[in-house]
Design a protein around this ligand. Structure first.
Ligand code: SF4
Ligand code: SF4
Length: 192
C-alpha cells in the first residue's frame, strides 16, 4: 500500500491498526463549541466513518473508520468546522495544516464555574491562534482555579487562574469563611 503516512499525520489523520483505514482528528480549542458543529461532525462520521465519534482526552473529536481515499472529501466537510472554530489554515479545503501542537484544553472556567478566575475557553482560543499550525509536539492546558480540573501540572505548559481576594461589602453573604481563614492564619503565626 502506497501511502505517505507522514503527510497523513500532518493533515491530522491517524495511522490506525486497520489497513487502509484512518481517523480524522478535530481540534476544539478550549473544548467549547457551538452545538451546530456537532451535527457536522455526525455527518462526517455517518458518511465517511463507521458511524461513531470518540471524544478525545484533549477535548477534541476523533472520527474513526475513514478510508484513505476519502480523506479529501472529509477535508471538504471539515472546512465549515475549521472556519467556524477560527482555526488558522493555510489552504482552505485541505483540512488541518499540522497536528504537532495538540488541542489547547481548558476547564469550563468562569463561563459557568463559580471558582473560575478568568474565561479559560476564550484564552484557549487566543493561544490556539498564536501557536497553530506547528509541528512541535506540545501540550497546553488552562485551568480556572487551583482545583486544576484540567490537570495543568501534567502539561508542557499551563496556566492556573488565581486571584487576590477582595472585600466587597455589598456582595458579602456573611458565610464566615474569611473570618475562619484569618483565625487559622493568626493561630499559625502565634506558634512561630
Ligand atoms: S479548575 Fe476551578 S474553575 Fe476550572 S472547573 Fe475546576 S473548580 Fe471550576
Ligand atoms: S463573610 Fe464570606 S462572603 Fe463575606 S467577605 Fe467573608 S468570605 Fe466573603
Amino acid at each position: 500500500m502506497d501511502m505517505n503516512t507522514k503527510q497523513l499525520k500532518k493533515n491530522a489523520f491517524r495511522v490506525t491498526k486497520h489497513r487502509g483505514i484512518t481517523a480524522s482528528r478535530i481540534r476544539v480549542p478550549g473544548g467549547h463549541l457551538n452545538a451546530k458543529f456537532l451535527s457536522m461532525i455526525q455527518n462526517i462520521a455517518e458518511t465517511y466513518g463507521n458511524g461513531t465519534v470518540h471524544i478525545t482526552s484533549r477535548q477534541g473529536f476523533e472520527v474513526p473508520g475513514i478510508a484513505y481515499e476519502d480523506m479529501p472529501k472529509v477535508n471538504e466537510l471539515l472546512q465549515p468546522i475549521i472556519e467556524g472554530l477560527d482555526i488558522n489554515q493555510q489552504n482552505p479545503g485541505e483540512g488541518y495544516n499540522a497536528s504537532g501542537t495538540r488541542n489547547v484544553t481548558a476547564c469550563i472556567g468562569n463561563n459557568v464555574c463559580p471558582y473560575g478566575c478568568y474565561n479559560t475557553s476564550a484564552f484557549a482560543k487566543r493561544i490556539e491562534k498564536a501557536i497553530f499550525p506547528n509541528d512541535l509536539h506540545f501540550k497546553i492546558a488552562l485551568t480556572g482555579c487551583h482545583n486544576d480540573c484540567a490537570k495543568v501540572r501534567m502539561h508542557d505548559f499551563g496556566i492556573i487562574g488565581m486571584t487576590e481576594p477582595q472585600y466587597d461589602k455589598d456582595r458579602c453573604v456573611n458565610c464566615g469563611a474569611c473570618v475562619k481563614k484569618c483565625l487559622k492564619k493568626s493561630l499559625r503565626l502565634s506558634r512561630l
